[in-house]
Design a protein. Structure first.
Length: 482
């Protein structure tokens, strides 16, 4: 007998995730890419499905686990261990092969020289370079330090030839902790490498998003555009047009300065700042048009936002408390007990709550990408904007989300290891990956960095909400003056 409910649930969740991924592509996708780049768009949708699926496989693993102390009525068990191997290898293939190839192929397109062969050759060359670096580094580290250090108790005692009920039987408690060095498979070490790289993204984007999501959701409701008259609309549009003319003039000056053989660092910073200012000005224009045409928007959408923000704030607070009392101090199981009690009250209720907590971290990571992605002046920006996000930006952000999703899985498995005991992913991550030489300690300590980034995000998002943006574009010197 097989648990058909879990199979039906997996199909339903898969359809919902596919629908959500397709909606996000349509919501953020640029009109310039309509009718083009179908392969890249397919990779975007599949990448988002995989990012969501790899996180939602956590509660599915819990629902499908087998209690070794009790007989099960299901004679055919779901092989979640094989499922994890498939999705984790697929995630690695997307991050280092498919997404880079699609991105390079898209960016190599030249409308004046439409030669698909040239695009493919450039994309293959750059992708092979990335694969060679990542695979080579993983193989070298696995060969040299690919061991898990697993501690265990070693008991010392003298042999006693007597029955267990003998009054002269002596019980010994002389034990020492001994480390066992176990060579792991290439799969385990590849997962550890992906976790380490994903954590660098997760503690930045996830740490910011954990605070930014609830705060921005509530603030957007409070600062939502109010309905305005036609006269006010035209007056504000004239102000925006004046700012746009100023940005165009500055852009022309920066274009002249960029024609030099070597571009000064200050000019590069001004170019990136110009991009950000143009993005913010366009956003201001859209809010103004929305306020004039929508006249406040649908009340169901508008007033649902603060409710979502309040729920998000509660979940964020519970996550931060759980990290301190369980992950750091090991003082209380906290959320583990809550999930176990929910399952005892109603079957799979705790699994649903587990899915909510894990998926919330992924969503906060996505929010962090939107929140701080355009603020990195030293890096090529790929802003996620409704109806105006090019395919290469979508690919870039999906790649980051996939890499961070593996860190979300590791962090969730570590945080709920009592609730999710005896699962395939717990055995992989909590028994081996976290104890690997070099990589394991780094992953363990990065959760403290995650909390630190969240604390800084509170200062940035909550305490300084009206922090003035730099007025570089209005006060900057002419490029030729540098």
């Amino acid at each position: 007998m097989i648990n058909w409910w879990l199979i039906v649930l997996a199909v339903i969740i898969g359809i919902l995730v596919l629908g959500l991924s397709a909606y996000l592509l349509l919501y953020y996708g640029s009109e310039e890419d309509n009718g083009e780049a179908y392969l890249s768009k397919l990779i975007v949708v599949l990448g988002m499905c995989l990012a969501c699926g790899i996180v939602l496989l956590l509660p599915y693993d819990v629902a499908a686990k087998v209690d070794p102390s009790a007989a099960s009525k299901f004679t055919v068990q779901i092989d979640t261990e094989t499922m994890w191997e498939i999705v984790l290898w697929a995630c690695a293939a997307f991050v280092i092969v498919l997404i880079p190839f699609a991105n390079f192929y898209y960016e190599a397109y030249d409308p004046d020289e439409d030669k698909p062969g040239k695009q493919i050759s450039q994309a293959v060359m750059y992708t092979l370079g990335i694969c060679a670096c990542m695979v080579g580094l993983t193989l070298v580290l696995w060969t040299t330090v690919g061991e898990a250090v697993i501690p265990y108790y070693s008991y010392m005692c003298n042999a006693q030839l007597m029955g267990p009920d003998s009054s002269t039987l002596v019980y010994y408690n002389n034990k020492t902790i001994v480390d066992m060095y176990l060579k792991v498979s290439i799969f385990v070490y590849a997962v550890a490498m992906m976790c380490g790289a994903g954590w660098i993204l997760f503690f930045v984007y996830g740490g910011v998003g954990l605070v930014a999501f609830p705060v921005d959701t509530i603030r957007d409701f409070m600062n939502r555009p109010k309905a305005i008259s036609g006269a006010v609309f035209h007056q504000e549009m004239e102000i925006i047009a004046g700012k746009a003319q100023l940005l165009i003039k500055i852009g022309e000056e920066l274009t002249k300065a960029s024609r030099k053989r070597s571009i000064a660092g200050s000019v590069k910073n001004k170019i990136n700042t110009l991009r950000n200012e143009a993005y913010l000005l366009e956003n201001q224009q859209e809010r103004l048009i929305w306020a004039f045409e929508q006249a406040g928007g649908s009340p169901f959408v508008v007033y649902g936002a603060p409710l979502i923000g309040i729920i998000g704030a509660i979940i964020s607070a519970m996550w931060i408390i759980h990290i301190f009392v369980y992950n750091t101090l090991d003082a209380s199981p906290f959320l583990n007990v809550m999930l176990i009690d929910l399952d005892n009250a109603f079957s799979l209720l705790g699994v649903a709550a587990y899915a909510l907590f894990a998926f919330y971290l992924l969503w906060c990571t996505f929010k962090g990408q939107i929140k701080i992605g355009m603020r990195l002046l030293f890096f090529q920006i790929h802003p996620m904007k409704q109806g105006d996000t090019t395919v290469n930006s979508l690919l870039f952000n999906v790649g980051l989300l996939l890499a961070a999703a593996i860190a979300v899985v590791q962090f969730s498995a570590r945080s709920f290891q009592e609730y999710a005991a005896n699962t395939a992913i717990s055995a992989l991550l909590n028994a081996y990956v976290i104890r690997l030489k070099g990589v394991g300690p780094v992953i363990s300590y990065l959760q403290y960095v995650f909390v630190g980034v969240s604390g800084l995000a509170i200062i940035w998002v909550v305490i300084c909400p009206n922090r003035q943006r730099r007025q570089d574009m209005l006060k900057m010197k002419r490029p030729e003056d540098d």
